[in-house]
Design a protein around this ligand. Structure first.
Ligand code: ADP
Length: 306
């Protein structure tokens, strides 16, 4: 156990809930050269196995916060940090990135930035090899991770031969092979075509169903993620946590506020907000096409349309 873990464990009084997998408290990060912090005062927890969707308008500090979860901030990206991030009990401010890499895995927008070797197998084995694990363990982890994202059969191929969705699934396999209980994905489908988006979310859906990893997702494509999300945390324009609750409590109940703040919403919810403005009585607000269709079938059209 490192000194950082001892410190965190000692901070939990006996009889209280154990430290969550991730604990972010009053986190403020100002990049060197920036005039203001973003995030400014973010606080939330992530429990084991939980899927947390992090939302906020552009510039609120979501990507910056993602980098703080695996210690790249403050260890690799120069920034002034206030507050704290504990991952698995480790204080990221004093824990080396290499040690954090076995507790939190990252998947970025651009999969190519993370790919370095010759075959899919080599690529996924690279991380566990660097942990100096026994060869059997490296191979077992590599096979398990490639199978989980549906790429085991293509293990001898070069990553260049994969589609964008395939390369992003490979990046997810690389993160999985490190054994981290927490994966942080920052807009993993931003550069993908619809088929790639579907592939990535099918893989993530299976991961979530297996229940052994927690995910923190920064994602604009709300339609793809709502179905797998347990909790939604919202940062406002200033980077402060202004909502933290279930999909129903946050997306459905506060859709108007979120929309006004510049937070992305599912397409069906946006359509429903427009229809409601035009007089349709859509309450509760639908979050997906099936709910929107069902709601439209049961309500009467406003007098101006009927
Ligand atoms: P979001 O992901 O919510 O759009 P970001 O985390 O990308 O927000 O950015 C938060 C703030 O930090 C913005 O004001 C942005 O301009 C600034 N920022 C992000 N990266 C850097 C950087 N490398 N250097 C300086 N400022 C940065």
């Amino acid at each position: 156990m490192t000194s950082a873990v001892v410190k965190a464990a000692a901070a939990t009084p006996p009889g209280e809930t154990p430290t969550p997998l991730a604990r972010v408290r009053d986190l403020g990060i100002r990049h060197d050269g920036a005039t203001h912090p973003a995030p400014a005062a973010a606080s939330f927890d992530v429990a084991r196995g939980e899927v947390v969707l992090l939302l906020g308008p552009s510039g609120a500090g979501k990507s910056t916060l993602a980098l703080a979860l695996n210690g790249l901030i403050p260890h690799a990206v120069p920034a002034t940090v206030e507050g704290s991030v504990l991952i698995d009990g480790l204080d990221t401010a004093v824990t080396p990135v290499a040690e954090l890499s076995t507790h939190v895995g990252m998947v970025f927008q651009d999969p190519d930035a993370q790919l370095v070797t010759g075959t899919l197998l080599d690529e996924v084995a690279f991380g566990p090899e660097n942990l100096r694990l026994p060869v059997d363990e490296v191979l077992a982890r590599t096979e398990d991770a490639l199978r989980r994202v549906g790429l085991w059969e293509r293990r001898t191929e070069n990553p260049d031969r994969l589609s964008g969705g395939g390369r992003q699934r490979l990046a997810i396999a690389c993160a999985l092979a490190m054994g981290s209980p927490l994966l942080v994905l920052d807009e993993p489908t931003a550069n993908l075509d619809p088929q790639g988006i579907e592939e990535v979310y099918a893989a993530l859906g299976e991961l979530v169903a297996a229940g052994d990893r927690a995910l923190v997702l920064v994602e604009h494509n709300l339609d793809a993620v709502v179905g797998i999300t347990d909790r939604v945390v919202v940062l406002d324009h200033d980077g402060r946590t202004v909502a933290d609750g279930t999909v129903d409590e946050v997306l459905r109940a506060r859709a108007d506020d979120l929309h006004a703040m510049g937070v992305w919403l599912p397409v069906s919810t946006l359509a429903a907000l427009r229809l409601r403005d035009a007089g349709w009585a859509l309450e509760p607000l639908p979050l997906d096409p099936a709910e929107l269709r069902a709601a439209l079938e049961t309500v009467d059209a406003p007098a101006s349309v009927a």
